[in-house]
Design a protein around this ligand. Structure first.
Ligand SMILES: Nc1ncnc2c1ncn2[C@@H]1O[C@H](COP(=O)(O)OP(=O)(O)O)[C@@H](O)[C@H]1O
Ligand SMILES: [Mg+2]
Length: 258
């Protein structure tokens, strides 16, 4: 279909008897921000890791940027993966490399020549306003700065898609806003399509165009964030939208079971 950068069709992933992702379809328009929300264990990470085939689906197809990934050879897959950047909750930086070297490593792996690497490292760090921290090691950086280095590393190969798995779950609320501002800029200024996984409705509401609500391996509902009032159909979407802390009510698990 035209205008879609990611199409998942009937993807399923099982771990033994567990259907971590169960027959999911997802269509992400080019240039949009797709949120994926759900409780811990819902299958969010497994789903997003199938978009770049870090996790191989048992069945179903994964098309990114017009290329169906599950049928590719290892070499072709490696090449296509450079079109898909990814960031994680715990940053996954190498502590023995500087910020610049962490970014450069992604370019080395992709086979980019040395002189071009230097230029792209500088450009990527500039996007996240970390030019001044190029030679700093991760131990000297704050959580927010580490995530910004991770964003720069993900951008270095000029991806069309950026996958974000709980990118703000390890930083404080103020830093969350900073990280989200950079992600919004990556989306709006560079036109990169973003898939953002979180368990926090505030986070997706801040930047997503559409939120897929996951429960027990399935997308049970989509919430369109187009300014019109949200009318959640499912109990879980209502619960996630109403993020007051209610200590006197049943546990979410019991609510869902009941
Ligand atoms: N490699 C794995 N081996 C076995 N079970 C897994 C593996 N990865 C995830 N799971 C299980 O699959 C379910 C979904 O996990 P995950 O995708 O990490 O959920 P979420 O990111 O929403 O918390 C969980 O029950 C989890 O324990
Ligand atoms: Mg997860």
């Amino acid at each position: 279909m035209a205008g879609l950068v990611i199409t998942l069709s009937g993807v399923t992933k099982t771990f033994g008897p567990l259907r971590a992702v169960d027959d999911v379809d997802l269509h992400v328009p080019a240039g949009s921000v797709q949120g994926i929300i759900g409780f811990s264990g819902a299958g969010k990470s497994t789903l997003v890791r199938m978009i770049n085939l870090l996790e191989r689906p048992d069945s179903g197809s994964v098309t990114v940027d017009g290329v169906e990934l599950t049928g590719l050879s290892d070499d072709e897959l490696r090449r296509q993966r450079t079109r898909i950047g990814m960031i994680f909750q715990h940053f996954h930086l190498l502590n023995n490399l500087t910020a610049a070297q962490n970014v450069e490593l992604a370019l080395r792996v992709a086979g980019v020549p040395r002189d071009e690497r230097a230029r792209r490292v500088a450009e990527s760090l500039a996007v996240v306003d970390l030019t001044g921290k190029a030679d700093a090691y991760p131990a000297k950086l704050s959580g927010g700065q580490k995530q910004r280095v991770a964003i720069a590393r993900a951008l270095a190969n000029s991806p069309t898609v950026l996958l974000c798995d709980e990118p703000t779950s390890a930083v404080d609320p103020r830093t969350t806003i900073t990280v989200l501002r950079y992600l919004r800029e990556v989306n709006q200024r560079l036109g990169i399509t973003i898939v953002l996984v979180t368990h926090e409705m505030n986070v997706v509401r801040a930047i997503a165009d559409d939120v897929a609500v996951m429960e027990e391996g399935k997308i049970v509902e989509h919430l369109r964030l187009d300014g019109t009032p949200l009318r959640p159909r499912t109990e879980i979407a209502r619960f996630l939208l109403d993020d007051r802390l209610r200590l006197d009510e049943d546990e979410p698990e019991e609510r869902r079971a009941g």
